[in-house]
Design a protein around this ligand. Structure first.
Ligand code: AP5
Length: 214
């Protein structure tokens, strides 16, 4: 199963991707997470991406497309994968189609997480992530067992640099500018399925289970 998770920042893509990945034993590939790790490690790619990521702008297509091509060509993607945060615009979608064709693969579903602006701001301002393993929490909706500590690995929870309110608003603006042609691209292919993502995360999980009929 090759899945795409589309939708605005904070809609819950990463949260549900982690659950689907566990359930189906397929890798969860988050372009945002790969970029944040490159920035943390100070790699060449990280140096190029830093200013874009931290201000909420899109990293240039050629950098991200190459990164995804390399990742989905790896052997752990043979049984399927979940792409979270890619593609972000029409050009990336077209490039992905070409790349998958070369690999003899195609997308099975593009899930569009549809969430309203008020919900997004509340989720992103309250989000905390593990500084070691990037597990996602929320101070109210999905709090850790021990305040400030990751349930999974004991790492320290931090706030993402791009989760400040002004940067969140910029990310939403960037999303709105490129989203519609992307959604139309998958709609025309008959692959788009919209998830009402304002609902509680357990309800969203149930909707996805019903969708996959598991
Ligand atoms: P990326 O990391 O992809 O960020 P994003 O798309 O903005 O998405 P988020 O991670 O913010 O949100 P999410 O939908 O995963 O929500 P989450 O599950 O965490 O990208 C970051 C940056 O990298 C970009 O700005 C760009 O610079 C660059 N980049 C990445 N991909 C790129 C690309 N393809 N091209 C160019 N540049 C790229 O949930 C949010 C919070 O809500 C959490 O606290 C969670 O606990 C809580 N929550 C989740 N679901 C629910 C629910 N149903 N009910 C209540 N609370 C919930």
């Amino acid at each position: 199963m090759n899945l795409l998770l589309l939708g605005p920042p904070g809609a819950g893509k990463g949260t549900q991707a982690a659950l689907i990945s566990k359930k189906y034993s397929i890798p969860h590939i988050s372009t945002g997470e790969i970029l944040r790790n490159c920035i943390k490690n100070g790699s060449e790619l990280g140096k190029k991406a830093k200013a874009y990521v931290e201000s909420g702008h899109l990293v240039p297509d050629e950098i991200v497309v190459q990164m995804v091509k390399e990742r989905i060509s790896k052997s752990d993607c043979e049984g399927g994968f979940i792409l979270d945060g890619f593609p972000r615009n029409y050009k990336q979608a077209e490039e992905l189609t070409v790349c998958l064709k070369e690999l003899g693969k195609e997308i099975d579903s593009a899930l569009n997480f549809d969430a309203s602006e008020g919900v997004i701001i509340e989720r992103l301002t309250g989000r905390r992530i593990c500084s070691k393993c990037e597990t996602i929490f929320h101070i109210k909706n999905m709090p850790p067992k021990v305040d400030g500590i990751c349930d999974k690995c004991g790492g320290k929870l931090i706030q993402r640099k791009d989760d400040e309110e002004e940067t969140i608003r910029n990310r939403l603006k960037v999303y709105r500018e490129s989203a519609q042609p992307l959604l139309d691209y998958y709609q025309k292919k008959g692959l788009l399925f919209t998830i009402p993502a304002d609902k509680d995360y357990r309800e969203v999980e149930k909707l996805l289970k019903d969708y996959f009929k598991v």
